[in-house]
Design a protein. Structure first.
Length: 94
């Protein structure tokens, strides 16, 4: 059984990769790096960390939502869904 990814989800998922790709190419091309630094007034590494944190927290919330509608209401699923957020919190505190 194969299921196709809906077109809007596929497009938004691919667009979500753009910040990661821009950060990657800005490390290779110094002109792009200085353009981004002057436009955003923030270090590209910090921008990448902030975006990665948002994405990881979004994935945790999605996992929480899937756990809440599951037939088996196992507390382990809820615990596993908050671990990425706790991990990021630990990284930012150190």
């Amino acid at each position: 059984m194969t299921s196709e990814i809906p077109k809007p989800a596929k497009i938004l998922g691919l667009l979500g990769l753009l910040p990661f790709l821009i950060a990657l190419f800005s490390t290779i091309n110094t002109n792009l790096y200085f353009l981004l630094v002057s436009y955003f007034k923030i270090n590209i590494n910090e921008l990448q960390i902030i975006y990665s944190t948002i994405i990881l927290c979004f994935m945790s919330v999605t996992s929480w939502g899937i756990s809440s509608i599951a037939k088996n209401q196992d507390p382990l699923h809820y615990t596993l869904s908050i671990l990425p957020t706790l991990y990021i919190l630990g990284i930012h505190l150190y």
